[in-house]
Design a protein around this ligand. Structure first.
Ligand code: GLN
Length: 550
């Protein structure tokens, strides 16, 4: 059987422990199926009660990813987009909070006609409805659904029960379960242990679900007799026991899984034709460039959540993807903005060839960010300020170039006499925190002869946003008179989207978040341009060093 009218469903569940990489597994499997010619999408169901991760501190779950249509989502959606090179949307991320919100709203409307509203069937029905929702327009042949959390967690029960029913409703040839587990290696006895995997499969079985495929994370190769044992005790076919070794980078996981024939096994279970061999040549080239750079550059990423690198996942992956394109290795220095002071900033930031000041909210670490900008500006270090990073660049410029030493963003100092960054008009009436920022993709027109116009090679771009504050247009003439240039404008509202300093080799602030739009197949032009500028800076420094040696 080839393409189908009704899509096929692959569910990815996790066992034993969290952080085994369900998101990367789902994205890699989806990539292989996409390269075979199927129309594929991935959605994630998260077990927490928050309506979306927009209100979560990044220390909790890492970055909040933003889709083109303005959904604030789990960071796994970033992996899905970067791997599949297709956009996700509001429908691709659902939380328990959203499920309950819908059901409770319906109860208030009286839709349940006097019935007692219960987890089964009302919550599970809503989960099942949402499983199908992504394909409401019939756009896909295969839908992968990642169930967040670990099986056995209290929070996961309604999802697992909904999955059991969903498979019963649609038939096992249309709905399969890929279970990701861990096969730990015990160095003391020199053995791989299958018991945790057996237990997690038993937990699934207790809920009425027999997994079809077991993907086993392992630090060492899994020998045939261990695979056979897993197959026998967990009731899966031998060929469906898939080894998933640690890969040097997440972008190599599709290759490892292909070697294990995961895509073929899955298609066979779903009664689908393999169609064609997946053409991984672009990815092979990408990985080989990633591994064989011609030179390297040091880029400082200044933020206040740097202890948890996942807080800036899309930025670091954008750098990685762009670095492969440029054949330059990017060494990211994770710099805590609270560690930067007016006294030490020159010492702390020395040796960087490029600086990014990250997005963020709240006061902590703001002074450090201001001094990171000052350093980049005064020492001609290529600079990109993203969202808050751009706003801070304006504050720095107003203070140290325009002489307004009390200039600030009203987010941090509502009483400042020089509010160069103000609250957006439409935000003034906003009372509720969740889902109320300016979110999603907006148009931006790029000025001629600017760094960004050169980088993008286009006049009109669409980039994604997540903010409440903006450059106060009252100050635009003063900024322009003192050497800044507004090089990206929203044509409908006049909102300043990009600023540059033309006398600096590469100084760009963006109100939007370019990092959400990088994919392996379409590296982001701004990150590429930053890396090139950083390399030019490095070469220049080397030349100057040599001149001094002479
Ligand atoms: N806190 C700033 C605002 O809301 C910047 C937000 C961000 O960096 N994403 O405008």
């Amino acid at each position: 059987m080839g393409m189908t009218d009704t899509p096929k469903y692959i569910f990815v569940t996790g066992g034993v422990t969290s952080s085994l990489g369900k998101g990367i597994l789902a994205a890699s499997l989806a990539k292989l199926l996409q390269l075979r010619g199927y129309r594929v999408s991935i959605q994630k169901f998260d077990p927490y009660i928050n309506i979306d991760p927009g209100t979560l501190n990044p220390y909790e779950h890492g970055e909040c990813y933003v889709t083109y249509d303005g959904a604030e989502t789990d960071l796994d959606l970033g992996h899905y987009e970067r791997f599949l090179n297709t956009e996700t949307s509001q429908a691709n991320n659902v939380t328990t909070g959203r499920i309950y919100q819908t059901v409770i709203h319906r109860e208030r409307l009286g839709d349940y006609k006097g019935k007692t509203v219960q987890v089964v069937p009302h919550i599970t029905d809503e989960i099942k409805r949402r499983f199908r929702l992504l394909n409401k327009d019939g756009d896909f042949d295969i839908i992968l659904t990642e169930i967040g959390g670990t099986v056995g967690d209290i929070e996961s029960f309604p999802y697992i029960e909904a999955l059991r029913q969903f498979r019963f409703d649609h038939g096992p040839e249309n709905v399969i379960v890929v279970h990701l587990t861990l096969v730990p290696y015990l160095a003391a006895v020199g053995e791989l242990k299958t018991k945790p995997t057996q237990h997690s499969v038993k937990t699934l079985l207790q809920s009425g679900i027999q997994p079809d495929v077991l993907v086993c994370r392992s630090e060492v190769r899994i020998p045939p007799e261990v695979r056979a044992k897993v197959a026998r005790f967990c009731n899966v076919r031998l060929e469906a026991v898939i080894e998933n070794l640690n890969a040097p980078s997440i972008y190599e996981v599709p290759f490892l899984l292909k070697k294990e024939n995961l895509d073929k096994v899955v298609l066979k279970l779903l009664d689908l034709d393999p169609l064609k061999e997946p053409d991984l040549s672009y990815w092979k080239d990408f990985v080989s460039r990633l591994k064989n750079p011609l030179d390297e550059v040091n880029i400082g990423l200044v933020g206040k959540y740097v202890e948890l690198h996942d807080s800036y996942l899309s930025i670091s992956e954008s750098l990685r993807i762009a670095s492969a394109k440029e054949e330059l290795k990017v060494n990211i220095s994770w710099i805590h903005s609270e560690d930067i002071t007016p006294e030490n900033h020159e010492r702390v930031l020395k040796g960087l060839h490029g600086i990014i000041v990250a997005p963020g909210f709240g006061e902590r670490g703001i002074e450090g960010k201001i001094y990171a900008v000052k350093y980049a500006r005064e020492y001609n270090i290529p600079f990109v300020g993203i969202c808050l990073g751009m706003q801070i660049a304006m504050v720095e410029y107003a203070r140290h170039v325009m002489g307004y030493s009390e200039a600030h963003s009203v987010e941090f100092d509502p009483e400042t006499p020089y509010p160069v960054i103000g609250l957006m008009e439409e935000q003034k009436k906003v009372k509720q925190l969740g889902g109320t920022m300016r979110l999603g993709a907006y148009e931006c027109t790029l000025a001629e002869n600017s760094v960004v116009r050169d980088a993008y090679g286009e006049e009109v771009i669409y980039e994604r946003h997540r903010h409440r504050y903006e450059l106060n247009n009252k100050y635009v003439p003063e900024f322009e008179n003192s050497g800044m240039r507004m090089t990206g404008i929203n044509p409908r509202t006049g909102l300043v989207e990009i600023v540059e300093i033309p006398s600096h080799p590469f100084f760009v602030g963006t109100q939007f978040h370019p990092e959400y739009k990088s994919t392996v197949e379409t590296p982001h032009p701004l990150f590429q341009a930053l890396i090139r500028a950083a390399h030019d800076h490095k070469n220049k420094e080397d030349d100057e060093g040599e001149e001094l040696d002479d």
